[in-house]
Ligand binder design. Sequence first.
Ligand code: NAI
Length: 328
Amino acid sequence: MVKAVVAGASGGIGQPLSLLLKLCPLVDELALYDVVNTPGVAADLSHISSNAKTTGYLPKDEGAKSAFKNADIIIIPAGIPRKPGMTRDDLFNINAGIVKGLIEVAAEVAPKAFILVISNPVNSTVPISAEVLKAKGVFNPQRLFGVTTLDIVRAETFVAEIAGKSNPQELTVPVIGGHSGETIVPLFSKVSPSVTIPDDKYDALVNRVQFGGDEVVKAKDGLGSATLSMAYAGYRFAEKLLKAAKGAKGLVEPSFIYLDGVPGGKEIKEKTGCDFFSVPVELGPNGAEKAVNILTDLTDKEKKLLDACITGLKGNIEKGITFANKPA
Ligand code: NAI
């Protein structure tokens, strides 16, 4: 029996993500938590004639605890999204506290769950989550994931456009580092099957992968950031993880992880000097079974991107750790 939880389930990401999970044959129980509207969202989804039993919870009567209790997978898109002109780091002041509170509940009632953090800034909310879990004595780095899949999904789409491929999903496009602006590092030299990016298009393509989210924020004109593509991306990661947990082999997807506790991660930590980093991760029954060291044989352009990423990312990680450890 698999129990999945969405925290922030009534939001722009939360609703379509919950719909996809409701349709997923791997999910037996779907618990929706939010500070508003979950009874309605859950009632609506519960009429779909699929397997998962769907229930909604609000904060009253310790609803978060009831929702999270004994969950196998908790996906967190709770918090505020960007408006035009905002960076993901501008969301820190509000979202850091929201994520911290939700992880405290998870640590207490579902210490073994896979936790997938979508709330931005991911570069800081994942370190916050790790610190909270450590403080509660239940941190398992193989089970905590910052969801960076949307960067990969965008990269697949944009590379396919330039390379003239009709099906973007046939491409594997590694995107590593963090999940904001210059910390997002696409490795076009490692696309499989390989593609040629013309020199005069390279910089614009990198920029589009790094700042593609801004296109959506601008087009939505004050109504938020990516929600539907993010729901797809979050679901894609969750589905792979659930399949891998059930024994499916060969499933790899980049994710922002704590390097030290995942096999293969130490080498990447030594190379980057970062405790957290997004790299392709082999998924399996324990979650992150192996961090794949893809940082070898980079092109000069990719090395430059990596240097810029590391500088920004270290500050974002430190900010999260400091927040999590400051006295209440
Ligand atoms: P939204 O505002 O539409 O939805 C957020 C939901 O969180 C709302 O329903 C709100 O009531 C709920 N919420 C607020 N505080 C809560 C709490 N303490 N407990 C439970 N729920 C709570 O925002 P949207 O567009 O769904 O975005 C959510 C987050 O995802 C934002 O932080 C956004 O920046 C991030 N995001 C991350 C991406 C990624 O690639 N990792 C991509 C796009 C967005």
